[in-house]
Ligand binder design. Sequence first.
Ligand code: SF4
Ligand code: SF4
Length: 140
Amino acid sequence: MSFWHEKSLLEMTSEEWESLCDGCARCCLIKLQDDVVQYTSIVCQYLDQQACQCTDYSNRNQVVPTCVHLTPSTIPSWLPISCAYRRIDEGKDLEWWHPLVSGSKDSVHAAGISVRGKVISEAHVHPEEAEEQVIKWIEF
Ligand code: SF4
Ligand code: SF4
């Protein structure tokens, strides 16, 4: 049995908690919120799009106040259904492409789950053009 089978989110060590992130960077996409949340293909300017990793992770909530800070008691419903935190919170297992299952950080990219190659930085998009960038390929 693996730790995510045996422990709740609350029971995980900080190392286990961090390792649960699959590295998809879907949560770094800019979202529009009216009555409903809509994902766009615009991504936070602090994301390294090739690695799908934050370039200022330790300061992320200072540099981007709206950056989501996940805790075991705050798993937002707008997270993609693929998100490991959401899946475990809902009693589901990790998918085959999750690095903890596959043993490789590349599998999340190979499976087409990560945002690599699909996004544009917010630094290159005028805010008024965000609605034109709404995407449908993320289920949440
Ligand atoms: S959507 Fe979930 S699994 Fe993907 S990068 Fe964000 S926190 Fe990690
Ligand atoms: S600050 Fe970092 S973790 Fe937060 S949305 Fe931007 S790239 Fe993602």
